[in-house]
Design a protein around this ligand. Structure first.
Ligand SMILES: Cc1cc2nc3c(=O)[nH]c(=O)nc-3n(C[C@H](O)[C@H](O)[C@H](O)COP(=O)(O)OP(=O)(O)OC[C@H]3O[C@@H](n4cnc5c(N)ncnc54)[C@H](O)[C@@H]3O)c2cc1C
Length: 400
C-alpha cells in the first residue's frame, strides 16, 4: 500500500487550497448564533459557492450531481476545509450528510432527481423527524401514525428534538404504517414537505439558550405516497442506512477540528499562568494533552477507514460507524474538560478574559455534552458494538 499522495491528489489539494484562500475572505461576517434564518442564509450561500466551484457533494456520485471524488480526495477536502477554517454543512447537516446519502442508496430515480440537486445547490434544507417523546433510544417504539388515503398518507403524531426544523423545507420522517405488526416491521420512511398544512413547530431551548431544535406536531398532514423511500413497512431497514451515515461519515470533519484544537490548547497552556506557574508546567496536563493528540490521530485513521468503507462496496458505512461515534464524542468531551483545566478560572466565563479564547471553549464544552446523546447515546453505541461487532448476546429490544 502506498500511503503517499499521488501527483493528481497533490494537484487537487493545491487547487482546493488556492480556491479556499481566495474565497474565504469574501464571506460576510458570521450571523448571530440564534438567528436561524440568517444562519440558513449564510450556510446555504457557502454551499452555493461550493456548488459553483465544483466541490459540492464531494463524495457523491457524478450521476447525481456530485464530484465523484476518490476517498483520498474526500479526506483531503475535509482536512483542507477544516485547516482553512471554512464553514461546514451547518443547517443542512441532515440533507448533505444523511438524507441525501440515504436517497442515493435507497431512493427512486425521481426522488434523486427531485431532491439531490437542490441539496447540493444549497436551495433546500432538510431536518430529521425520527425521535418522539416516548421513542429515543428505543426508536422502533415510535407511534406517529400514517394512514393511507388514496395517493397520500395522512400523518398525525408528535416528533421531538428535530434539529433545524424551523428553517427546513423537507423532513426525513418515520411513521408507523402497520400498528399490528411487530414494532420494527410496521415503520415507513417518508419525505415530508415542511410547508404542508397541519405542521406546528415549537422551538426548544438548549443549555446554551439556543433554539436549534424543536418539537414538531403533526395533525393530519398529507404526504404523497410517491414520497415514500423503500417499501411500505420496510422503513426500519432504510433507517439503519440513514443512521449509519449519521454516525459514521457525518462526524469526520470534527476529528480534524479536534486535532487542531489540541495543538492550539498546548500553545494556550504556555500562556495561562496561575500562582506564578504556566499551565504547561504541569506534567500531568502535558501528558493528558499528549494522550489526546494521539487519540485524535488514531480517530483520524479510523475515520479514513470509515470513509473508504462508505465509498466502496455497498456505499453504506457498517456498524463500525458506532465505534467512531462512541470514541470520538467521548474524546471530544475529554478535550473540553482538559481545556477547562488549562483555562482555570476563565473556564467559568463565556466572555473571553485577558485576551484568552476561553469563551469559544466554554461554549463548546457545554455543546459537547449533547454529542454523546445525539444520533444515539453512548450506551446504545456500546450495545450495537457488543452485539453486531463482538457477537455478544443480544438484548431483547433493539434501539436507535
Ligand atoms: C443536540 C441533539 C440533536 C438532536 N437532533 C435530532 C434530530 O434532528 N432528529 C431526531 O429525530 N432526534 C434528534 N435528537 C434526539 C436523539 O436522537 C435522542 O436524544 C437520542 O436517541 C436519545 O433518546 P432520548 O433522548 O429519548 O433518551 P432515552 O432513550 O430516554 O435514554 C435515557 C438514558 O437511558 C439510556 N438507555 C436507554 N435505553 C438503553 C438501553 N437499552 N441500554 C442501555 N442504556 C439505555 C440512554 O443511553 C440514556 O442515557 C437530537 C438529540 C440531541 C441531543
Amino acid at each position: 500500500m502506498d500511503l503517499r499522495y499521488s501527483p493528481e491528489e497533490l494537484a487537487f489539494r493545491d487547487e482546493l487550497r488556492e480556491w479556499l484562500s481566495r474565497t474565504l475572505p469574501t464571506l460576510p461576517p458570521k450571523p448571530p448564533a440564534d438567528d436561524w434564518p440568517a444562519r440558513r442564509a449564510y450556510d446555504t450561500a457557502w454551499q452555493r459557492l461550493l456548488f459553483d466551484a465544483g466541490y459540492a457533494g464531494i463524495n457523491w456520485p457524478k450521476e447525481v450531481g456530485g464530484r465523484g471524488a476518490s476517498p483520498t480526495e474526500h479526506l483531503i477536502f475535509l482536512e483542507e476545509s477544516e485547516r482553512a477554517g471554512a464553514p461546514y454543512v451547518g443547517v443542512n447537516f441532515v440533507g448533505l450528510l444523511h438524507a441525501g446519502p440515504t436517497l442515493i442508496a435507497e431512493g427512486t430515480e425521481e426522488q434523486r432527481t427531485r431532491h439531490l440537486p437542490p441539496i447540493l445547490r444549497g436551495d433546500e434544507v432538510w431536518c430529521q423527524g425520527f425521535s418522539e417523546p416516548g421513542a429515543g433510544s428505543d426508536l422502533a417504539s415510535m407511534r406517529t401514525r400514517a394512514v393511507r388515503d388514496g395517493d397520500h398518507y395522512v400523518v398525525s403524531g408528535h416528533k421531538i428534538w428535530t434539529s433545524y426544523a424551523s428553517v427546513a423545507n423537507w423532513c426525513e420522517l418515520l411513521v408507523r404504517t402497520d400498528p399490528d405488526a411487530p414494532k420494527h416491521r410496521g415503520i415507513t420512511w417518508l419525505i415530508m414537505p415542511m410547508d404542508s398544512p397541519g405542521i406546528e413547530i415549537r422551538p426548544l431551548k438548549t443549555l446554551l439558550g439556543s433554539s436549534e431544535f424543536s418539537e414538531v406536531f403533526l395533525d393530519e398532514v398529507r404526504v404523497p405516497v410517491t414520497n415514500r423511500v423503500g417499501a411500505e413497512n420496510d422503513g426500519w431497514r432504510v433507517t439503519m442506512v440513514t443512521l449509519s451515515f449519521e454516525r459514521g461519515t457525518a462526524w469526520v470533519d470534527q476529528i480534524v477540528d479536534s486535532a487542531r484544537l489540541v495543538t492550539e490548547l498546548a500553545v494556550t497552556a504556555t500562556k495561562v499562568t496561575s500562582r506564578g506557574a504556566a499551565a504547561w508546567d504541569d506534567r500531568g496536563l502535558r501528558r493528558d494533552i499528549g494522550h489526546l493528540a494521539a487519540e485524535f490521530d488514531a480517530l483520524w485513521a479510523l475515520a479514513k477507514r470509515g470513509v473508504t468503507e462508505a465509498s466502496t462496496g455497498s456505499g453504506v458505512p457498517g456498524p463500525g460507524a458506532s465505534v467512531l461515534k462512541l470514541r470520538y464524542t467521548e474524546a471530544r468531551q475529554r478535550l473540553m474538560d482538559l481545556a477547562a483545566r488549562v483555562f482555570d478560572r476563565a473556564a467559568l466565563s463565556r466572555a473571553d478574559i485577558a485576551g484568552l479564547p476561553n469563551g469559544e471553549y466554554v461554549e463548546e464544552r457545554l455543546n459537547s455534552l449533547s454529542y454523546t446523546i445525539a444520533a444515539g447515546t453512548s450506551q446504545i453505541q456500546r450495545n450495537i458494538i457488543s452485539e453486531r461487532i463482538l457477537g455478544l448476546p443480544r438484548q431483547k429490544s433493539s434501539e436507535k
